[in-house]
Design a protein around this ligand. Sequence first.
Ligand SMILES: *Cc1c(COP(=O)(O)O)cnc(C)c1O
Length: 388
Amino acid sequence: MRPIYLDHHATTPLDPRVRAAMRPWWEENFANPASIEHSLGRAAAEAVEQARAQVAALIGADPREIIFTSGATEANNLAIKGAARFAGTAGPRRIITLATEHKCVLESVRDLAREGFEPLILPVQPDGLLDLDRLREALAVPTLLVSVMAAHNEIGVIQDLAAIGALVKEAGAAFHVDAAQAAGRMELDVEAIQADLLSLSAHKMYGPKGVGALYVRRRPRMRLAPLFSGGGQERGLRSGTLPAPLIIGMGEAARLAAAEGALDSARIAAQRDLLLGILQARIPGLRLNGHPSRRVAGNLNLTFPGGIPAQAIMAEAPGLCLSTGSACSSAEIEPSYVLRAIGLDERAARATLRLGLGRFTAPAEAEQAGHLLADAWERAAAAARAAE
Ligand SMILES: *Cc1c(COP(=O)(O)O)cnc(C)c1O
């Protein structure tokens, strides 16, 4: 039997329509889009520009504001380090972010502390949301940049970006949004949220792995120092030959996200409710982490009762592809820092599983997964009782 894939926060499958859009650019036309002296190069450049427009349209941006990168990790590094290094330490040095941000944001900010900047890592509330009063207080000190994730990769919560953006702009700081998990899963408009910088990743929205984008505001112009030295592609902000097939795939993924994201979310939410209903009926005391309604449709982050370790439950459910934490930290033995940040103790954090449903999850799979997981929990709990 094929495993049921419930790990859409780690990565999503390639949509067949995205694969079809990419194919000619691997096969017939492999030209470098910078080679505008010849016809194949010009055709590749045109296709890249169409993809840029598709990505821009997804977030209400101008195509000239889109810089292609290798993914959201690079986009986040470029946004945060690029903004700080361009501004320098002569002006405001404070950089604000949240304790629950992705490692690439937290580590970027940590790197900047060694360069003379002053990071402030704000806690979040037990529901995973930022307390706006905490942010307002933090912004009383002149601030260079605020970085906040739109939709969370572990607990699924959606921050109030419009309210956060308003506070950040009132304070005269730059606003960066990590929207890797948000694209196609919620409405995203850079004007409505007043973002200056916004990161995207293709492989989180049914596109290919190894490509992403950074939105960089033009009016007023957001200035960045590039991470790489080189040929000056992407307005000098990201040197390196453009991976045309990946970019064209990302464009198609963005087009589909814009056209179908809302419908996808409604369908996925129904399947999530079905799955959660089965688990809640069979597992008394099961707890849902993160705000109950301000969250993306496909996410469930669940703490199982009785302190049964998530690893033991997963071992009893080999037919399910699940995660105990974010993929980036799953090699570590430490329980998720995100779960600790929303107040779970170590035992509860270790008893927690993340489920992520997606575009191609079938209703029958959601139902089957609910029963497989409840069966697995019962076996793991019985084994734990027998061992006592
Ligand atoms: C996956 C993810 C990243 C990293 O994106 P890559 O494209 O894999 O580098 C960053 N932030 C969030 C919220 C993510 O989910």
